[in-house]
Design a protein around this ligand. Structure first.
Ligand code: 13P
Length: 288
């Protein structure tokens, strides 16, 4: 059964580790992430962007697929199904479809509007026993065609949003979705520290997990990050493994064209990536 992300993140914050949010794109992605979480005895959050939701034929299809897998694959570790960077309307759709967690990204609104909309969603999420993530300070890079430049959040604004009763807070600290440019300045630990000092127990969320050096990830966790989002890295691993298979001509050997064979190396590559991240984030064994 899907669970809200609230408890797993409170435990992570108290235990100084982070739970990974891995974004899903299709059946192979979902199966790879769920099986790895079970093998690693790690809690996990499946992230679904609005674009990926559309691609997978809508939120109801996603809920059906994920619930089916939890049962058929005998998944026992805590799993949350979470809307990633949701609009207000997207959040309402996911509440109705049976997600267990939502993110409302109001970071592009003036702070008053972000506060007002987040506040409404705090009540709606609570009524449904779901967890809610809010965002202050846009995360840079491109996601679903929206390009931001990687701002640093205002810690006082973070406190205002945290005090509304959200379960987790994404604060921009110079992080970017996708690959980091050569001249990236790194995470602003000064901002992160200031945000944590004002928001206390609130589990903080680090978006743009792909390509952040391991030592920065560990430092971010030590400063209150309890959820780390990874998407691009699984895509790169999947693409590289699939490319290798085709370039080696394996699709032309025997029944190598069978999608169950053709997608297998990519599937294994996602599993290996997720495993590595769970070890790095410290969530391995935390669901035992
Ligand atoms: P990456 O694609 O950079 O890993 O970021 C994922 C993310 O933050 C999803 O919200």
């Amino acid at each position: 059964m899907l669970v809200s992300a609230k408890e797993m993140l409170q435990k992570a914050k108290a235990g100084h580790y982070a739970v990974g949010q891995f974004n899903i794109n299709n059946l192979e992605w979902t199966k790879a992430i769920l099986l790895t979480a079970e093998e690693m005895k790690s809690p996990v959050i499946l992230g679904v962007s609005e674009g990926a939701g559309k691609y997978m034929c809508g939120y109801k299809t996603v809920v059906g697929m994920v619930n089916g897998m939890l049962e058929e694959l005998n998944i026992t570790v805590p799993v949350a199904l979470h809307l990633d960077h949701g609009s207000y309307e997207g959040c309402l759709k996911c509440v109705e479809a049976g997600f267990s967690s939502i993110m409302f990204d109001g970071s592009h609104y003036p702070i008053e509007e972000n506060v007002a909309k987040t506040k409404e969603l705090v009540n709606i999420a609570a009524e449904h026993g779901m967890s809610l993530e809010a965002e202050v300070g846009a995360i840079g890079g491109e996601e679903d065609g929206v390009v931001g430049k990687g701002e640093c959040a205002d810690p006082q604004e973070c406190k205002t949003i945290a005090d509304l009763g959200v379960d987790m807070l994404a604060a921009g600290i110079g992080n970017i979705h996708g690959k980091y440019p050569e001249n990236w300045e790194g995470l602003s630990f000064e901002t992160l520290d200031a945000v944590q000092q004002l928001t206390g127990e609130m589990p903080l969320v680090l978006h743009g997990g792909t390509g952040i050096p391991d030592d920065m990830i560990k430092k971010a966790i030590s400063l209150g990050v309890a959820k780390i989002n990874v998407n691009t890295e699984c895509q790169l691993a999947f693409a590289a493994a699939t490319r290798k298979y085709i370039e080696e001509g394996k699709d032309n050997q025997g029944k190598g064209y069978d999608p169950r064979k053709l997608l297998a190396p990519g599937f294994e590559a996602i599993k290996a990536t997720v495993k590595e991240k769970m070890d790095l984030f410290g969530s391995t064994g935390k669901a035992e």
